[in-house]
Ligand binder design. Structure first.
Ligand SMILES: *Cc1c(COP(=O)(O)O)cnc(C)c1O
Length: 281
């Protein structure tokens, strides 16, 4: 990065703070994984540092200590940051996604994954607008509303044989069959705050359990439909759908439940300003 004069840099104090936070979270990820039932059978979970509302200089500070996966919630903010920061960053889009923003997102050269896909229309648009020059497919996670709360987006976790029609299965098949430039990597949930607070005491989190069971059932449906994973059709190298679950408050519980990607914001970067405070500026 020293070769570039335009890359924003944090103050020395901020750099020290970011390194300390990141190193603590990395240790906690490692130890939760080492103590989970999956320690021998799966890869260590990926830590996505969620940098929404935080300056590009904060991202540079983390990049300097080898952080490469960053998550953003707003398309324009992501475009602005991606333009200023190194090209080997893997950008994860984790915000609400409308199909009219698909073109902008698809044209970010180093967009790595979309975690919040909920419609065939948006999948089709992403697939259409991904540039010819891109050599790897864009990873997508389907967002599942595991808590059933009205204020959360995501598809219902219902799948055959328990339910007749399934938006979730239809979207998964649509991605695999109709969208060759997308790769269905897994499922994502945000989960309810109540659950994650409760889980701290009880040790289990209903949202995470629901996502695990939904993943298992969806894999069975895909295999029955003879859409086999593991060879580039869907899932990771082992042919498993990856779970994107766990945030600052509950990422260790998520890892114990089998999460493959945790999205951690405030524990790395500090508290965010409230949306209203930003809007009034
Ligand atoms: C903001 C956000 C996060 C990070 O939340 P923290 O509690 O700050 O770790 C993770 N996932 C999504 C979808 C988010 O919007």
């Amino acid at each position: 990065m020293s070769s570039s004069t335009s890359t924003p840099a944090p103050t020395p104090e901020r750099a020290v703070e970011l390194r300390a936070n990141l190193s603590e979270i990395r240790d906690r990820v490692k130890s939760a994984y080492a103590n989970s039932p999956f320690a021998c059978s799966t890869k260590e979970p990926v830590l996505v540092a969620v940098s929404k509302y935080k300056p590009a200089s904060d991202i540079s500070g983390c990049y300097e200590v080898d952080q490469r996966d960053f998550g953003e919630n707003y398309v324009q903010e992501l475009v602005d940051k991606a333009g200023q920061l190194p090209q080997d960053i893997r950008w994860h889009f984790i915000g609400t996604l409308q199909s009219n923003k698909a073109k902008t997102l698809a044209n970010i050269p180093n967009i790595y994954a979309i975690h919040t896909l909920t419609s065939q229309k948006t999948a089709t648009a992403l697939n259409k607008y991904l540039p010819e020059t891109r050599t790897t497919p864009l990873n997508v996670f389907i967002q599942v509303n595991t808590s059933g709360e009205d204020n959360k987006s995501g598809l219902a976790p219902s799948l055959p044989p328990t339910s007749e029609s399934s938006e979730l299965l239809d979207l998964a098949k649509h991605i695999v069959h109709e969208c060759p430039r997308l790769h269905l990597l897994g499922l994502m949930t945000i989960g309810s705050l109540t659950e994650s607070l409760h889980a701290k005491e009880a040790g289990e989190n209903r949202d995470f359990d629901v996502l695990v069971r939904t993943r298992d059932a969806l894999e069975v449906c895909l295999v029955k439909g003879e859409v086999v994973g593991g060879k580039g059709k869907w899932g990771d190298e082992q042919g498993r759908l990856v779970l994107s679950m766990g945030m600052s408050a509950d990422f260790e519980a998520a890892i114990r439940a089998g999460s493959g990607v945790v999205r951690v914001g405030s524990s790395v970067f500090g508290a965010r300003p409230k949306k209203e405070e930003l809007d009034s500026k």
